[in-house]
Design a protein around this ligand. Sequence first.
Ligand code: 3PG
Length: 308
Amino acid sequence: MKVLLATSKPFAVEAVEGIQHIIESAGHELVKLENYDTRSQLLEAVKDADALIVRSDVVDSSVITAAPRLKLIIRAGAGYDNVDLAAASLGNICVMNTPGQNANAVAELVFGMMIYMQRNHFDGSIGRELRNRSLGLYAFGHVAKGVARIARGFDMPVHAYSPTLTHDDLRKEGEYGVITAYSNDELFRNSDFLSLHMPLLKETWHCVNYSLLSLMPEDGLLINTARKELVLEEDLIRIMEERPRFQYVTDIRPDHHEEFVKKFGTRYFATPRKSGAQTTDANKNAGIAAANQVVAFFESGDDRFRVN
Ligand code: 3PG
């Protein structure tokens, strides 16, 4: 089988070596399209691929149409909003992600970002500490669980809310040392810092709006390492205009980036390029998991992480 690794944001060399070793040891061929910058390169490369491994690369119906042999798409990462699941299903293509594999990298970044904001971008001015400040986790998947674990070391009380968890799940959340909230209102009201961890779905699109943000304290901090579309940017700008100490830090540059920079100075920061999963460790974890899933799929039809 021909396996295409198409990553416009390439994996670390060690991760690619690991992927190559696993794919080739199983008797398949690995073709690499790394650091590419045009859609036409992807459309050309995918045309004889049996399997495709991607990161945030957009796999829409044009990619699927260009790949008549394609049977499997692996999103080496958590969020698969970049893959057109309906088009894949229509083409009888299995789509999987690699849940949890890059979660620790993102969880660590949350703390790096919180400290950076509380210390005013390390500009030497007087900042604040994390200890005893309450941290709210909106959704409670792999990344949020990692954040909850690390937060213990910072002596931060952690609140969590997920619309998809049952009462039993919520009881289990208690095992992570978190205080469970029973509504998003309750979560936002109890959080000095609020970190977003839900996938981008039509139900979560623009779910962080003025009415929720206004429940946070005057000097609240919103942390977004998930997806920019979760936040209604106009509402966030309004809150930050009304509250001169409210902060926003994000790993995904918002559409209104220039306006945030101009209006809010050090109360705002966006990474130049999404970097949550950009560690050698996370690249190796997600990349090697993806390669193993490709091999298992072609060996035995194993599709345990299927999402479509
Ligand atoms: C994910 O969904 O796994 C993260 O957002 C990381 O995405 P990336 O592989 O594009 O860095």
